[in-house]
Design a protein around this ligand. Structure first.
Ligand code: FES
Length: 166
């Protein structure tokens, strides 16, 4: 019996794939959305690995070699993982209104780094996202892919402290 071809599943159930999926949907899964989609993966995960390139290439029906070509051509893209841990602060409207800027302020204070940067010891990378689809839980951040809801600056401080002192 033929297997029904459904929607491709992302490489993991990490919430950040929703953001990537939203970018592809917004462009009607057009091949022309390759760079923009890879940009979203880079922004959300801090790097592009083989499973993510494969997923994007298959979803947009472009050859994997083309996705690799784009990823290696532009300096903006990185094929290596960022820090040991990744914190993604949502900067979508709901999260922004409910205190995302204070969360980023806490990150800067605790780690001395800005979004898009990794601590000098390679422990923690901090990224931002536009909306991770959990607006009712705002403000949210993802700690190694796990959503943390209604975060306060103090919660953020505690979580980062655990990572840097582990
Ligand atoms: S705005 Fe942050 S989850 Fe939607």
């Amino acid at each position: 019996m033929p297997i029904a071809l459904g929607k491709l599943s992302p490489p993991s159930d990490d919430k950040r794939w929703k953001i990537v999926g939203a970018t592809m949907r917004r462009h009607g899964f057009s091949r022309n959305a390759l760079i923009e989609t890879l940009h979203t993966v880079q922004q959300s995960f801090g790097f592009l690995d083989r499973p993510s390139l494969q997923y994007v290439a298959q979803s947009l029906r472009v050859p994997l070699s083309k996705a690799f070509g784009v990823a290696t051509f532009y300096h903006y893209f990185s094929l290596k993982p960022p820090g040991q841990h990744t914190c993604v602060v949502c900067l979508g409207t709901a999260c922004y209104i409910k205190g995302a800027p204070q969360l980023l302020g806490e990150v800067e204070q605790s780690l001395g780094i800005a979004p898009g940067e990794t601590t000098p010891d390679g422990r923690v990378s901090v990224l931002t996202a536009r909306c991770v689809g959990s607006c009712s839980l705002a403000p949210v951040a993802l700690f190694d892919g796990e959503v943390a809801a209604r975060l306060s600056a103090k919660d953020m401080q505690g979580r980062l402290h655990k990572w840097v002192s582990a």
